[in-house]
Design a protein around this ligand. Structure first.
Ligand code: ACM
Length: 270
């Protein structure tokens, strides 16, 4: 693992159901960076406030770079700019639609996660994922865990990523509840992992509903310290340099090995 790596977020403001234009804008913003891991919001290419399942079905694409114009465009930019990108999108798989995120690197698709904890009206449109959130060992970056938005509310999600060795959590989000960004400081601290929450910004009015998203995407250290934070309303791409190896020391003091203590007492020994 390289000692220092560049990680960050792209906070965007997609227009509901305008996938082509949203994707074009994302690619334009991604072009500002090279050699970095960039996390984008949940449903970053379509917007969030869907009115019905037909709209979602129309916007959904397979998790396959060869069959998804959105993922193809991201993969192309990742290859050109030596990027690893985590991005949320509505995924079509057979008859089912998932609220998913993928990790795409310079050589293509590396991982897929289907959101387990669906929030509110998402349950009208999406099928919950039935596989654990992935941890991917990415050469040069360390181990990257993925969870999506409301997964934050369930500490077991981040803990399960940490137990499986994640050095950092990539966390695409469309935050609606006010507590997440503070709660993520605890998720980072209690697991001693970096976290990158990419929230969207802007206001979406569609189908008689209006939702305001509050931005403030953030990168946190394993101490829960804020390494970078975005504005509450502007689109923004931000990168910081971190040493992922610092997430492998879980100790709080010589006598307090941190999460390893919990593991020994609450989980069966391997
Ligand atoms: C959420 O999970 N998008 C609130």
């Amino acid at each position: 693992m390289a000692k220092e790596v560049r990680v960050g977020f792209l906070q965007n403001n997609p227009e509901i159901l305008n996938t082509k234009s949203n994707t074009r804008r994302i690619v334009e913003l991604l072009d500002e960076v090279q050699d970095a891991l960039i996390v984008l919001p949940e449903l970053a290419t379509t917007g969030y406030a869907f009115e019905n399942k037909y709209e979602v079905a129309e916007a959904a694409e397979p998790a396959d770079v060869a069959r998804s114009p959105v993922l193809e465009a991201i993969a192309d930019k990742a290859a050109r700019n030596s990027l690893h990108v985590v991005i949320g999108f509505p995924e079509l798989s057979g008859e089912l639609i998932y609220n998913s995120a993928v990790l795409i690197g310079p050589s293509g698709l590396q991982a897929l996660y289907r959101k387990i904890h669906l929030f509110d009206r998402e349950k009208l449109f999406f099928t919950p994922g039935d596989a654990p959130p992935p941890v991917i060992d990415v050469t040069g970056y360390g181990r990257i865990g993925i969870m999506i938005c409301y997964d934050w509310y369930f500490p077991e999600t981040a803990r399960s990523l940490a137990f499986r060795g994640a050095d950092m959590i990539a966390h695409p989000a469309n935050l609606v509840l006010p507590w997440c960004l503070d709660a993520m400081k605890t998720r980072s601290l209690e697991n001693r992992v970096f976290s990158i929450t990419a929230n969207r910004c802007g206001t979406e009015s569609h189908g008689g509903r209006t939702i305001r998203f509050y931005g403030r995407s953030q990168v946190l250290s394993p101490d829960g310290n804020v390494l970078a934070v975005a504005d509450d309303a502007q689109e923004e791409i931000r990168v910081v340099t971190i040493d992922p190896a610092t997430a492998r020391d879980k100790a709080i003091s010589q006598r307090n090995p941190g999460m390893c203590e919990v593991r020994r007492r609450l989980l069966p020994l391997e």
